[in-house]
Ligand binder design. Structure first.
Ligand SMILES: CC(=O)[C@@H](O)[C@H](O)COP(=O)(O)O
Ligand SMILES: NCC(=O)COP(=O)(O)O
Length: 258
């Protein structure tokens, strides 16, 4: 066996879900089927990642419907791993959730033309539209996480809609990392996390997390159960390979609890 694929100790407190959007983005530039999204996901799982995330956008610029089905089939062979599908439930997300029943659906308030996710839900405006969709996912046995800005005051509302978890949108933290505003940003996230935990929500985090900012985030924000990381991880893997890269992220998670 390749020694890099030998079992790797990881910290069970926070799962790493690898987002493979950017593998599909590269593949879609030609009609050759390479790089393979399924192979990338399998290699990350073999390296110790505890989940796979995709964000199939309505224009299919990266993840396509067939990828979601193929990954759902792959994940069936990995009973310990979780499949997380992100997207706007008023666009294309629900159809894919109904068809593949992932472990988790993360509702994200993106518009169709958005280049990437850049804000969480405004539950005062959208909460009642989400309520029946959350209920439908839960009836299907799919956990629901709401993509949220780090606003402590919004967490009780998220819980009242029936959501299981929130995913804190971490780009503002990532942008501040290493600068004068890092501490203040971390305090915002820690306060939002505490408010979420207090109302019984589980806690995820993602967007622009990377090997350099991850440990500081997890140290300062207790209770994060899952981080989903794509852009930086795939960029790192282009240089170091998926296995070494996934191990690097798992070490960064472990360091937070050392
Ligand atoms: C919900 C979120 O945080 C996004 O980061 C996301 O899933 C990435 O989407 P893109 O890969 O299309 O930028
Ligand atoms: N939910 C965040 C995600 O899946 C990946 O975000 P990024 O690491 O690509 O910014």
């Amino acid at each position: 066996m390749n020694p890099l694929l030998a079992p790797f100790a990881h910290d069970a407190r926070c799962a790493l879900s690898v987002n493979v959007n950017k593998v599909a983005l590269l593949r879609n530039t030609r009609h050759l089927g390479i790089p393979s999204v399924v192979k990338a996901a399998e290699t990350c799982l073999l390296a110790g990642a505890q989940g796979i995330t995709v964000h199939p956008r309505p224009d299919e610029r990266h993840i396509r419907a067939h990828d979601v089905h193929e990954l759902a089939a792959l994940l069936k062979a990995w009973p310990q791993a979780e499949f997380n599908i992100e997207g706007n439930p008023t666009h294309n997300l629900m159809e894919l959730v109904r068809a593949t029943r992932p472990h988790q659906a993360t509702f994200v308030p993106d518009s169709v033309e958005q280049s990437t996710s850049d804000h969480g839900w405004d539950l005062a405006a959208d909460g009642e539209r989400l309520r029946p969709l959350i209920a439908e996912c839960k009836a299907l046995g799919v956990r629901v996480s709401l993509f949220m800005d780090p606003l402590p005051e919004a967490m009780a509302h998220a819980a009242s809609l029936g959501a299981d978890r929130v995913e804190l949108y971490t780009e503002p933290y990532a942008a501040a990392h290493g600068g004068a505003d890092q501490g203040a940003q971390l305090q915002r996230y820690a306060a939002a996390a505490q408010a979420a935990l207090q109302v019984g929500l589980g806690l995820n985090a993602g967007h622009d997390l990377n090997q350099r900012n991850l440990t500081d985030f997890l140290r300062a924000v207790p209770g994060v159960q899952e981080v989903s990381i794509g852009h930086a991880l795939v960029a790192d893997a282009l240089e170091a390979g998926y296995t070494e890269t996934v191990r690097g992220y798992l070490r960064a998670i472990q360091a937070a609890y050392a």
